[in-house]
Ligand binder design. Sequence first.
Ligand code: 6PG
Length: 231
Amino acid sequence: MSRRVRVFENLEELSRAALERLQGQLRSTSGPFRLSLAGGGTPRELYRMMAGADLPWDRLHLYWGDERYVPHDHPDSNYRMVCEALLDFVAVSPDRIHPWPYLHTPEDSAQAYDRLLQEARMDLVILGMGDDGHTASLFPGTSALEVRDRRAVAHYVEKLKTFRLTTTYPVINEAPLVMFLISGASKAPALEQVLTGRDLPSARVENVGETLFLVDRPAAARLPAELLPPA
Ligand code: 6PG
């Protein structure tokens, strides 16, 4: 496992770098490419750029690293966010788009996604990071952090007073490449802690290949010099 930090002036440059790395991974591989998408707000710019980019859509299989337990058309849905930024503009066969199903209970949804992921190893996992160091819907102090025998779980997140659906570390840590997209001054304290050894959920991403932190200057503001790339 190798960690690398790249710092960008702004979210647009950060997102452009993420797109270029995705394109590089696609050029250096062949066959089906399984991409796990992050939710939240930061990756929207990347997804918008993907909509206008030259990508081999016939190879790409899209998954979601986490989801809220809401219908697909709900404003909080990560699936809806990706549709609005990307999928409404590109023709991807529905059999290569794998949103979390919204079933009768959160556990039903998680069990269905767990079954789907039994045969799916991600080629690239895109993640965000919250101000508290969470990633996907792996929040500090939750039991989901300890799960190793499931690839997808549902859990009630007390902090949010709601259920969340999330892939687990077995899925994330088997990926050859994980890209964190982290933007904004509010992330600076958690990013420093994650990269200097504090046991936060984002620090437990120890995938078999490269973990790439694509961050903007405000998010990098508290990083010690030795963690910053050479000027
Ligand atoms: C979600 C995300 C979550 C997100 C972080 C950062 O469902 O909200 O998967 O893990 O990546 O909360 O969110 P921002 O990128 O919007 O700051």
